[in-house]
Design a protein. Structure first.
Length: 106
């Protein structure tokens, strides 16, 4: 397995990777602030991975977001196998439609 997986009932799983020890790691990416509902989402993924491809082996999870609700922080602490990683990504958008039209027309 190359680390990419589209599991049956969890088609929106962001990433499934292996850590250095060869254990499965489910990684859920959020562009903005992650609410406590993300905990239920990733735990569902983790449970499926543990049952199906991991065959009962240990599976841990990582949620990557720009911010985390306090409730999610408490939930991650209670779970123990769930890490919260903060990103600081800034996106800049430019409309390039006019440039594309110039090339086609000109």
């Amino acid at each position: 397995m190359d680390g990419n997986l589209t599991p049956g009932p969890w088609a929106s799983l962001t990433f499934l990777r292996f850590d250095k020890a060869g254990s499965f790691v489910v990684i859920e990416l959020k562009a903005g602030k992650a609410a406590d509902s993300v905990c239920g989402q990733i735990l569902g993924y983790i449970a499926w991975v543990r049952k199906e491809p991991a065959g009962g082996q240990k599976v841990r999870g990582i949620i990557v977001a720009s911010e985390f609700s306090d409730r999610l922080r408490y939930a991650a602490e209670a779970v123990g196998s769930l890490a919260l990683i903060q990103h600081n990504i800034t996106f800049t958008f430019s409309d390039v439609t006019a440039l594309a039209e110039e090339k086609v027309g000109g």
